[in-house]
Design a protein around this ligand. Structure first.
Ligand code: URA
Length: 232
């Protein structure tokens, strides 16, 4: 595809504004500034505009460190959304792959690739998710076995899938789940008579939250990270 068409499709810019961007040297193809509007973009090339990679196929992938008070939705009348935190020109089709509650923090994946998001979140081939939780009450060691055996949640007929619980201190745990029911972590601890007071997602499948991202910050995923997640 010609570079001007590629850029216009990928960003929503008009063709004449895309020409301006290319001619003024704001567009790179595989790391090289290209000022030729009719340049043929090779298949699989990485095109970047204003430091961001753009693609007309609409396949974009981001990780964000969600702060408290922001919701995992595409729009919300009351609260800021994780999509609002992305300072991108074109947000068409972007959605969250696996929500966190408003009072939870940590790793959130955002993409406009519905198939990829489905793979990550679907209970069939979904990825494990790892959380760090702070609890209101000290936890007994026996909880490790209870989580491994599955927990009966209120208003559910089946027990939860085996989960790995690591006790870090009497009120701090790391929990890895292979499924993602509504408010699952909070409900699992509630079933044991405890309460989650802080919840942070550290990892989804092979992907850990980038420690350099402060709450509210985000970055694009590398091609390797995207592929590693889809292969799980
Ligand atoms: N489980 C919860 O209870 N809340 C979250 O935000 C994520 C998992």
């Amino acid at each position: 595809m010609r570079l001007d068409k590629y850029l216009a499709h990928a960003t929503g810019l008009t063709r004449s504004r895309a020409h301006g961007m290319i001619r003024s040297g704001q567009v790179t193809v595989n790391g090289e500034v290209i000022k030729i509007i009719g340049f043929k973009v090779p298949d699989g090339a990485e095109v970047r505009w204003r430091e961001q990679s753009v693609s007309p196929a609409g396949k974009r992938y981001f990780m964000l460190n969600k702060p408290i008070g922001v919701v995992c939705a595409t729009s919300d009348a009351e609260h800021k959304t994780v999509i609002d935190l992305l300072d991108l020109t074109n947000k068409k089709g972007l959605h969250v792959a696996g929500r966190l509650d408003i009072d939870s923090t940590g790793l959130v994946l955002i993409s406009d690739d519905g198939e990829w998001s489905h793979r990550i979140t679907s209970p069939k081939h979904g990825c494990d998710k790892t959380y760090r939780a702070t609890l209101a009450e000290a936890l007994d060691e026996s909880a490790v076995e209870q989580f491994a055996a599955g927990i009966e949640l209120r208003s559910e007929t089946k027990k939860t899938l085996p989960a790995k619980l690591e006790i870090l201190s009497p009120t701090e745990v790391r929990l890895t789940l292979g499924e993602g029911k509504y408010h699952q972590v909070k409900r699992m601890f509630a079933a044991l008579g405890n309460r989650v007071v802080a919840l942070h997602r550290e990892r989804i499948g092979s992907l850990a939250l980038d420690e350099t991202l402060l709450p509210g910050q985000w970055r694009e995923l590398s091609r390797e990270e995207v592929e590693a997640l889809s292969a799980q």
